[in-house]
Design a protein around this ligand. Structure first.
Ligand code: PLP
Length: 376
């Protein structure tokens, strides 16, 4: 059986967790959390990275940091995970969905401007599969209309747009370290604060609305409740687990990229014959092999392929029922413009097994069987 995902594990995780336990400092912001912050700040060039309990929570922090108020509108793609929308809906925002580009499955930057109204407060690009959105254009629109930009870079750790780390281009970026992502701590994430004016508030929001971080640095002699916040900081045991993987980030990334390339080359004949499409990576993007997918003819063919592969012991999956057609999406959002690609392309997309340590033998087996399905 070839599973769809195996959570990354590099070997040092348990040793580091043991160290965290022995240091008798297992709550948040212990030494491993600080090590992760330093490493991520160095790797991304972001001035302030803070670990969170999930990317969902990093997004919630972002919606607090951007001061989203009831009735504000937030523009995002409909082809995304529910957390992208929930974070803003929790603050009373209306979500305005726009269509995606069929090539990258990212928000179509050319459709954003028409969706802007006087109530629009923020744009939330989602870097699908670790492939960057067209950020130059998005930042230009944000500047023109005085909007904030929150990057959902849950899938974008170690990926770049024009040499800039995903998550560091907008005002706030959000990473996920869930077990299905490239680097994991079980459940976890990080918020990347790019706007220096938000540094202090980000610490306050993450520490239950208190100025405890300043207190811990000795800048004040007692800490108090200063604004609305929550508990968004993870246990240092989880940070220890993550740190082992972040230390090996390049190795994990290269391993995934090699698997991705093997799939990509292996499926070239199918694409040449018009039987399936491979992912597209724009020149300005360097991705992280978060995902390898194929697009087949339609939803019926995809269902057939999934069960065909299941019989061969291969787990292939799809995801994201477009949010605008979901029960909550109908209630909390609206789709601006025509759904030309969101539904159609999402129904054709099939994700193949992809994880750190996936063997060449297994990749060959997957390619062979998919070719077999198409009679090749
Ligand atoms: C995984 C994911 C999230 C949520 O991440 P969690 O860490 O599980 O909260 C949000 N957005 C996108 C695009 C994701 O892929």
């Amino acid at each position: 059986m070839i599973p769809f995902n195996i959570p990354p594990f590099v070997g040092k995780e348990l040793d580091y967790m043991k160290q965290a336990v022995e240091a008798k400092k297992i709550c948040g912001d212990g030494s491993f959390t600080k090590k992760c912050h330093d490493l991520l700040e160095k790797q991304t060039g972001c001035g302030k990275v803070l670990l969170t309990t999930s990317c969902s929570h990093a997004l919630e922090m972002a919606s607090l940091l951007t001061n989203i108020q009831p009735g504000d509108e937030v523009i995002m793609p409909s082809y995304t995970f529910v957390s992208t929308a929930n974070a803003f809906v929790l603050r009373g925002a209306v979500v305005v969905f726009v269509d995606i580009r069929p090539d990258t499955m990212n928000i179509d930057e050319n459709l954003i401007e028409a969706a802007i109204t006087p109530k629009t407060k923020a744009i939330v690009p989602v870097h699908y599969a670790g492939v960057g959105c067209e950020m130059d254009k998005i930042m230009e629109i944000a500047k023109k209309y005085n909007l904030l930009v929150v990057e959902d870079a849950a899938q974008g750790v170690m990926a770049y747009y024009k040499g800039r780390a995903l998550g560091t281009i907008g005002d706030v970026g959000c990473y996920s370290f869930h077990e299905t992502k490239n680097y994991s701590m079980g459940e976890g994430g990080a918020v990347l604060v790019n706007n220096a004016e938000m540094y202090e508030r980000s610490e306050i929001i993450r520490e239950k609305g208190t100025n405890r971080s300043r207190f811990l640095r000795g800048q004040i002699d007692k800490y108090t409740w200063v604004e609305v916040g929550s508990s968004y900081l993870p246990s240092d045991m989880n940070a220890a687990y993550l740190y082992a993987q972040l230390e090996m980030a390049s190795e994990i990334n290269e391993n995934r990229l090699a698997s991705w390339k093997k799939y990509y080359d292996g499926f070239a004949p199918l694409e040449a014959e018009g039987l399936a499409e491979r992912p597209f990576i724009p020149d300005e993007c360097s991705h992280n092999a978060h995902m390898f997918y194929l697009k087949v003819r339609n939803i019926e063919q995809r269902s057939e392929l999934i069960s065909y592969l299941k019989d061969k012991g291969i787990s292939a999956v799809f995801h994201y029922v477009p949010l605008h057609s979901a029960e909550a999406g109908l209630k909390f959002g609206r789709f601006h413009g025509e759904d030309k690609y969101t539904t159609k392309e999402s129904e054709r997309l099939l994700r193949l097994p992809m994880y750190y340590g996936l063997t060449d033998k297994d990749i060959d087996y997957v390619i062979e069987n998919i070719k077999g399905f198409f009679g090749k």
